[in-house]
Design a protein around this ligand. Structure first.
Ligand code: TXA
Ligand code: MG
Length: 325
């Protein structure tokens, strides 16, 4: 199993030797390697069992470093970076030639962000290279938000997990791209659409489910993703119960328990009713339900504003039928 520790210097040594290590971010844990070391980067794909056609986000430690990764910084991208970095915002921009094609799956655009976690920022500032890192889960499964989640699933394949506690945001970064004059959100995430629009005005939200399979602009944005192994149905719980209530079910609720159902089989995303709290708990809750002795998970949608849109997006992907992709 992987050693779990809190020393960025240990992580640094492993990374400098071409190893892959897990790193904490504010969104989810990442599976990181030296972006310039293609052998190390290829290990990420093997460990995750991820298709090579699905590119990786490049993580940097400061705004000054961004020009090592991108060749152009359009003004709206720069404004967003100034506002939300370090933070759960990934920008899709023209890449520098020095970024290997393996990292971008052959695309001329690279996804880049500064994560907001003190240990990882310290690590990135000491390293002489940026880190390519996808979420540290097996391809298609729920993303990890604690060191234990990483250990459980990938611990036997990596030497070290840099442990930084439970991820404070709990849901992946928002991915934003720039085409002609348009600003496009390719993945809903930890920074809300409303927050992006406050800085750059109206944006377009890319709909991967609708646009697939002709134009997979963000290749990893598969409709089925972030999934527990148990079937998941989403909708008003009383209606779902009418259809599926005869099975052994577990319930993912928002802020209140449902009466007449065993509380042990219910997990609440946010007793306080806050969407931040719901995002923070989402992936832990899905894992918890996945491990219960039940046949099926029934989940409610959360209010579809702010972070709620990203939460509902993850729930929908988690529930999508595997045979469709
Ligand atoms: O919050 C996050 O973004 C986390 C933490 C670890 O930073 N990372 C993460 O990575 O969620 P991953 O690989 O699980 O999801 C990244 C998404 C994928 O859908 C991938 O296809 C897309 O970003 N992506 C990465 N590079 C891209 C590129 N050059 N062009 C288009 N899409 C890209
Ligand atoms: Mg992922």
């Amino acid at each position: 199993m992987a050693a779990i520790g809190t020393d960025p210097l240990v992580a640094q040594n492993f990374l400098e030797q071409g190893n892959v290590v897990a790193i904490p971010t504010e969104t989810v844990y990442g599976l990181a390697a030296n972006v310039y070391n293609e052998i190390a980067v290829s290990k990420i794909f093997t460990i995750k069992q991820r298709p090579l056609a699905n590119p990786l986000i490049v993580h940097i430690g400061s705004l000054a470093q961004v020009h090592q990764v991108i060749s152009q910084f359009p003004p709206p991208a720069e404004r967003l970076a100034m506002h939300y970095w370090p933070g759960p915002l990934t920008l899709l921009l023209s890449k520098k030639n020095s970024i290997p094609n393996l990292v971008t799956a052959g695309s001329t655009r690279v996804a880049v962000r500064i994560p907001n976690h003190s240990l990882t920022l310290q690590l990135l500032k000491n390293l002489g290279f940026p880190l390519a890192a996808p979420s540290a889960n097996p391809f298609g499964y729920v993303s990890p938000t604690t060191p234990e989640h990483v250990q459980d699933q990938l611990g036997s394949q990596i030497p070290y997990i840099l442990a930084g506690g439970k991820c404070t945001v709990g849901i992946e970064s928002t991915i934003v791209g720039f085409e002609d004059e348009k600003i496009i959100i390719y993945r809903l995430g930890g920074i809300s659409v409303e927050s992006i629009e406050q800085i750059v005005g109206p944006v377009i939200i890319h709909n991967p489910a609708k646009d697939l399979p002709q134009s997979i602009v963000t290749p990893g944005n598969f409709p089925q993703h972030y999934s527990p192994t148990k079937p998941l149905k989403i909708g008003p719980i009383p209606e779902l119960l009418a259809t599926y209530g005869h099975q052994k079910i577990g319930i993912l609720g928002f802020d209140k328990y449902y009466e007449g159902i065993n509380k042990q089989a219910q997990v609440l995303l946010a007793p306080s009713g806050s969407l931040q709290e719901a995002a923070y708990n989402l992936f832990t809750a899905l894992r918890q339900l996945d491990q219960m002795p039940i046949d099926m998970i029934l989940s409610t949608y959360v209010p579809d504003t702010d972070l709620g849109r990203a939460i509902n997006d993850r729930l929908m992907r988690a529930s999508a039928n595997r045979t469709q992709t």
